[in-house]
Write a protein that binds this ligand. Structure first.
Ligand code: ADP
Ligand code: MG
Ligand code: MG
Length: 208
């Protein structure tokens, strides 16, 4: 996976987030403040612009630029969390020009560690961690089994989607939704839903 793959990933995310903007905002209206779709749509639009303005030379620098842009342009909880995730991925990749599946797995693990260090959420707290953590495990397993890249990325997408759906019955223990207590149960977490979009876009970036 080369620099153009990672730029394509960011473009696929921007497209998916724009298409799902209202859906993400509806999820956030139920248990938050109804801004998750607009936060991410604005943020990934800025990421697309930043990458076009300063074309990155390595996968790592593409992800560092994406992360810094999200931190700068998106307020709320999700901007710094997504920004940290991409920055940690970028740092993990260093300046390798072509990323192996194993290196992507290590980088995604670093993203999860960064999100958990910043937000202190564990699995089951009804946050983006509930989609990210199973996806990290799915990729590690695929690497261990020597899976083909397209199968590995499909496994990542499936694990994230399943993790996001599994947040529906949970009671939120982190973020704005936690203020609702038991009333947060019965709704999918918006950040977990967007994380499933972000990770599913890896697969579409690979196939286009
Ligand atoms: P805000 O809640 O500030 O309006 P967003 O609506 O953009 O920000 O994002 C909300 C999402 O952020 C939640 O659905 C949840 O997935 C995620 N989130 C909030 N707090 C945390 C945290 N401490 N750790 C991980 N994810 C979190
Ligand atoms: Mg919100
Ligand atoms: Mg907000």
């Amino acid at each position: 996976m080369d620099t153009s793959f990672f730029v394509a990933w960011m473009e696929e995310i921007a497209t998916a987030v724009q298409a799902q903007r209202d859906h993400l905002t509806q999820l956030d209206a139920a248990i938050g403040d109804a801004d998750h779709g607009s936060n991410l749509d604005r943020g990934f639009g800025e990421v697309r612009r930043a990458l076009a303005d300063s074309p990155p030379e390595t996968p790592g620098s593409a992800l560092l630029l994406a992360g810094s842009t999200l931190i700068r342009k998106v307020g709320g909880a999700s901007g710094p969390l997504y920004g940290t995730a991409f920055r940690q991925m970028g740092k993990s990749l260093g300046d390798v020009p072509d990323v192996s599946l194993a290196e992507l797995s290590t980088a995604l693990d670093a993203a999860l560690a960064g999100v958990q260090k910043l937000g202190a959420a564990v699995e089951g707290d009804k946050t983006m961690v509930d989609a990210l953590a199973p996806a990290v495990r799915a990729l590690a397993q695929a690497v261990q089994e020597g899976a083909k890249p397209e199968d590995a990325l499909s496994a990542v997408a499936a694990a994230a989607q399943e993790g996001a759906r599994a947040t529906i019955p949970l009671q939120a223990r982190k973020g704005r939704a936690s203020y609702l207590g038991s009333r947060s149960a019965g709704h999918e977490d918006p950040g977990a839903a967007s994380t499933a979009l972000v990770l599913s876009a890896l697969r579409t970036a690979g196939f286009r």
